[in-house]
Design a protein around this ligand. Structure first.
Ligand code: MG
Length: 244
């Protein structure tokens, strides 16, 4: 009788495949959490339903210039264009982890080379620059060309369009994490698509963007998105952000 019982248990175990992988597909289904619904934009690159629209082509209500004064950049025909000499432009709101979309156009008229041609930049948290540059047939140091994490990471490829053509950046940013003593315990990361092409693949940010010297890592909280004024008449349109 006892042996019959053990035999029954053994057969039951085998039937349930306890010694190996389960054969029931339900055992590996995960039903929670259910992702919330986001409605995509109507056309490619249009802001999805949960995005904060930073610039829709009509005004700079979400931006300010140097010293929190109104930006002098020029809004016209659905775009905003850098006014050289007037300084950078910043979002009024501060952000941490985010997905950022923006469209930009380098000047159609090419009258300079290297870092002086179509230079601007997107700064995450006002500290970490994804370089904007006209790198179409324009030699410069690769860790300072379009799509570089400036002076930290060379882009995987050069996906630039011609001067005067609209281009896109889609940036996925994870902010660095600092502990209560101000020590960085996790590096920030950046992933960048340039005109839909992956050019930075989850690279670990070394620290602040520095023109001279090494990156720094002082603790900080959320920060503004900054668009750099570098003396060139760069234009922007359709800028939106999703907080992550
Ligand atoms: Mg720049």
């Amino acid at each position: 009788m006892k042996n019959t019982f053990y035999l029954f248990v053994l057969l039951f175990c085998i039937s349930q495949n306890i010694y190996g992988q389960t054969k029931d597909p339900k055992d590996t289904e995960v039903w929670e959490p259910v992702p919330r619904i986001v409605t995509p934009g109507k056309t490619n690159n249009a802001p999805p339903s949960d995005a904060i629209v930073l610039f829709d082509g009509t005004n700079l209500d979400n931006w300010h210039g140097w010293h929190e004064k109104p930006s002098q950049w020029v809004v016209k025909d659905g775009t905003v264009t850098v006014k050289p000499g007037t300084g950078d432009m910043y979002t009024k709101q501060s952000f941490g982890d985010c997905q950022l979309h923006l469209e930009f156009r380098t000047p159609a008229k090419v009258d300079a080379d290297g870092q002086d041609r179509g230079n601007s930049g997107v700064y995450l948290q006002d500290k970490y620059e994804v370089q904007l540059l006209d790198s179409y047939d324009n030699k410069t140091y690769p860790n300072g060309q379009a799509g570089a994490i400036y002076k930290q990471y060379i882009p995987l490829v050069n996906a630039c369009k011609k001067p005067g053509e609209w281009q896109t950046y889609d940036i996925i940013y994870k902010a660095p994490v600092f502990n209560k003593d101000g020590i960085r315990v996790a590096q920030g990361t950046l992933t960048v698509l340039h005109n839909g092409v992956l050019i930075q693949n989850n690279v670990a940010i070394q620290g602040t963007t520095e023109y001279i010297g090494m990156p720094k890592n002082e603790a900080h909280g959320k920060g503004k998105i900054k668009l750099q004024e570098h003396g060139n008449e760069m234009s922007f349109r359709n800028i939106w952000i999703r907080e992550l």
